[in-house]
Design a protein around this ligand. Structure first.
Ligand code: NAG
Ligand code: NAG
Ligand code: NAG
Ligand code: NAG
Ligand code: NAG
Ligand code: NAG
Ligand code: NAG
Ligand code: NAG
Ligand code: NAG
Ligand code: NAG
Ligand code: NAG
Ligand code: NAG
Ligand code: CA
Length: 604
């Protein structure tokens, strides 16, 4: 295969134009074979190859990327199957013009229950802009009838689709990357070219695509998928970018039900105006704690320490009637239902029961013994789902679980039932479901392996970010995993020394004011990271450590301003209202660390 490619393209790889190589015959000749290090036992269906050339393709207003105004690439897809398995997975690759190819491959992932098209599909184009071949997989799900994992999870009542579960867990993306590396090497004929030197890795024998820098980027479910690659396929990647990873899957899926069930357990149902007024009060009270009054709470840790929830007692609230549409399928959302509801005008004053509910939500899910089961969201962020107005009864009730309930009916109970009856469900039930999911899917979807030594030892770099105002995946959960890696890999070092070691290769950034894989309407002056791939390339290929990362303001008066984000465990503080320092404060750090003491086994 390689000989054939070389003879077609020898000496012309970088000079070839897109139209020369973006043809069925050339693409078919470049398909990888077993000597190209692709997974053993897979068969590519050569008749399935599709090839389309794109010119002047653009993507604007993509949250994760700067505007892409004009890229040319070859879009290629083909199917493959596994030996002795009745399956069919389709992979897709976008290959830049040979003259723009920079010896890079970028794997991309999904969101919610889709395995691809994360970041609104922009990651594919974003990588091409940097001279990378980009790739995604369909996980084989359409072969079972749907592009969504939750639709193909059950083969029937009582029968889990284990191949689909493992494809989702980590395998399909790892295979897509491995096949993509072989394909890329053949397509550009880089098999004999040398990898440009890096500051840390001279290992050019790790696979036959070693002339290729290999990356991953994704957020939410895509973030979990990135973590799965660092944990389960570390040999494939040089750099992995993960945002707000929904990685502690057993807990995370059930945690979408936590706020409503905590409210139901207390048995008092505040209206939306109580939650909205509280959120605004925390933003207003905590804005200046970071030293800069800009509407952004860059120190939710200080807000946790200093905002006294009971200070709201007796404060008045008032909201006009409105009709709202709940969050639909955004690229970062874990659920994909969208529903409209109307709320009546509300006014009143915060009473003792309002305070009890707010204090309970702001301290996380606890079992009936008062032990912590899961992390709260940060102050000045929000609550996720809470209550909705029921016009039939003219009263407030908890939100219906929508697809979040499916996790229990389908993925835990293995019944093809999509709605979950929340009547009588307690905090202890949620804890039981979290433990059940964690154990059932420990090696497929839980994605919390804390020993990343294989990834470290091959020279891998991990850039992990999380919006501090995320109300889908708690930021404290990202910190908890980072802490687990530190404690497992550097058990004899102090907190400071362990973090120094970790920061050489695995860095975590909390993005002030950012929502779940998205900008935040409530804090419009907060930046969102758009240069992560550029930072990762600098880190891997040039040894430039991203001490801080860029975050670009994407709306409002400061639109376009590029801010800097500190690396955990440092936190930003603005002196004189203008100069940012990344400071460390033990009290602040402890305000973001939680002990999940409701479990008998470690939860990483
Ligand atoms: C791409 O855009 C450039 C500049 O606008 C134009 O000159 C060129 O013809 C376009 N190419 C194609 C293939 O449309
Ligand atoms: C990106 O493109 C959109 C649509 O063309 C435009 O409104 C926006 O100003 C552009 N942003 C930047 C930073 O150039
Ligand atoms: C990817 O997501 C975007 C934004 O949600 C959507 O417009 C586009 O159709 C999706 N593409 C595919 C292939 O699903
Ligand atoms: C699967 O089980 C649910 C109830 O648990 C039932 O409603 C449904 O009809 C069953 N489906 C089949 C095909 O047996
Ligand atoms: C890589 O090779 C260069 C040149 O031989 C050497 O200076 C450098 O220390 C090596 N790096 C590692 C991580 O071994
Ligand atoms: C280079 O990578 C290969 C494959 O991952 C591994 O087996 C080998 O130990 C590595 N060599 C060094 C010197 O790290
Ligand atoms: C990579 O391919 C070359 C020939 O192109 C071969 O000599 C070499 O042994 C291969 N290396 C690995 C690690 O497979
Ligand atoms: C909260 O603040 C936002 C933005 O300033 C405002 O639009 C909204 O009406 C406020 N909500 C309440 C309940 O005060
Ligand atoms: C508050 O609600 C009560 C009863 O719904 C109503 O009579 C009153 O006018 C409202 N007050 C304000 C300031 O909206
Ligand atoms: C960060 O932003 C600055 C200012 O816009 C820019 O010059 C720099 O290239 C960006 N860094 C990366 C890694 O993209
Ligand atoms: C800090 O800067 C903001 C935005 O420029 C300004 O509105 C505010 O008044 C300043 N505060 C102080 C104390 O200077
Ligand atoms: C750390 O932060 C806490 C809480 O704001 C504050 O009381 C303490 O003075 C700070 N310590 C240092 C050394 O900055
Ligand atoms: Ca501020």
């Amino acid at each position: 295969m390689r000989g054939l490619v070389a003879s077609t393209l020898i000496g012309t790889a970088s000079a070839a134009s897109l139209s020369n190589v973006c043809t069925s015959s050339y693409v078919t000749s470049a398909l990888p074979a077993s000597e190209d290090n692709i997974p053993t036992g897979i068969t590519i269906d050569t008749s399935s190859v599709t090839v389309t050339a794109w010119y002047n393709y653009s993507v604007t207003d993509a949250t994760f990327w700067n505007n892409i105004t004009s890229i040319d690439f070859c879009e290629v897809s083909f199917a493959y199957s596994h030996q002795n398995q009745d399956d069919r997975l389709v992979v897709e690759y976008w290959l830049p013009s040979p003259s723009n190819f920079e010896n890079r491959f970028l794997a991309t992932g999904g969101a919610a229950y889709t395995i691809n098209n994360g970041s609104g599909g922009a990651d594919m184009a974003g990588g091409v802009e940097f001279g990378a071949v980009t790739g995604y997989t369909d996980g084989g799900f359409p072969y079972w009838g749907s592009t969504n994992f939750d639709d193909v999870f059950l083969l029937g009542n009582g029968t889990a689709n284990w191949p689909a579960i493992y494809n989702w867990g980590y395998q399909a993306i790892a295979e897509m990357t491995q096949i993509g590396k072989g394909f890329t090497s053949n397509f550009y004929d880089i098999s004999t070219s040398t990898k440009r030197s890096t500051s840390f890795s001279n290992n050019t024998s790790s696979g036959n695509s070693s002339g290729l820098y290999t990356y991953y980027a994704g957020c939410s479910e895509g973030g979990r998928e990135g973590m799965s690659q660092a944990q389960k396929a570390p040999e494939l990647y040089d750099g992995i970018i993960v945002g707000a990873p929904a990685m502690r899957y057993g807990q995370q899926q059930v945690n979408h039900l936590a706020s409503p069930i905590q409210i139901q357990t207390i048995g008092y149902y505040p209206g939306s105006c109580v939650f909205d007024t509280f959120l605004n009060a925390t933003i207003n009270a905590c804005d200046a704690l970071d030293g800069k009054t800009d509407g952004v709470v860059a120190r939710s840790d200080l807000c946790t320490l200093q905002f006294n929830v009971s200070s709201m007692l007796g404060k008045s609230y008032s909201c006009a009637a409105s009709s709202t549409t709940s969050l639909g399928l955004g690229y970062g959302k874990m659920k994909r239902d969208s529903s409209s509801s109307t709320t009546p005008a509300q006014n009143g004053t915060f009473n003792e029961q309002d305070i009890e509910v707010l204090e309970d939500l702001m301290t996380g899910l606890k079992d009936s013994e008062g032990r912590l089961v899961y992390f709260p969201f940060q102050f000045a962020g929000g609550f996720g789902d809470t209550t909705v107005y029921d016009s039939d009864t003219d009263s407030w009730t908890i939100t219906t679980p929508n697809t979040n309930g499916e996790w229990v009916t389908k993925m835990l109970n293995w019944q093809n039932v999509s709605s979950l009856d929340m009547t009588g469900v307690t905090n202890d039930d949620l804890k039981g479901w979290m433990i059940e999911g964690m154990n059932k899917y420990m090696d497929s979807m839980q994605t919390t392996v804390p020993d990343l030594s294989p990834f470290l030892n091959k020279g891998g770099r991990l850039l992990h970010f999380h919006g501090e105002a995320d109300t889908s995946v708690p930021p404290a959960g990202s910190i908890h995993y980072h802490e687990s890696v530190r404690e497992v890999m550097y058990p004899s070092l102090t907190f400071a020394q362990g973090n120094d070691e970790l920061n050489e290769w695995y860095r975590l950034y909390l993005i002030p004011g950012a929502a779940h894989c998205a900008t935040n309407d409530q804090q419009p002056n907060a930046g969102f990271p758009r240069d992560n791939f550029a930072h990762m390339i600098d880190w891997v290929e040039n040894g430039i450590v991203p001490t801080t990362i860029n975050a670009t303001v994407q709306s409002g008066d400061l639109d376009g301003e590029v801010q800097q984000v500190c690396t955990w465990p440092t936190r930003p503080y603005w002196t004189d209202n203008s100069t940012m320092v990344c400071e460390q404060n033990a009290t602040s750090i402890s305000a973001m660390l939680y002990d999940l003491d409701a479990y008998l086994q470690p939860v990483f």
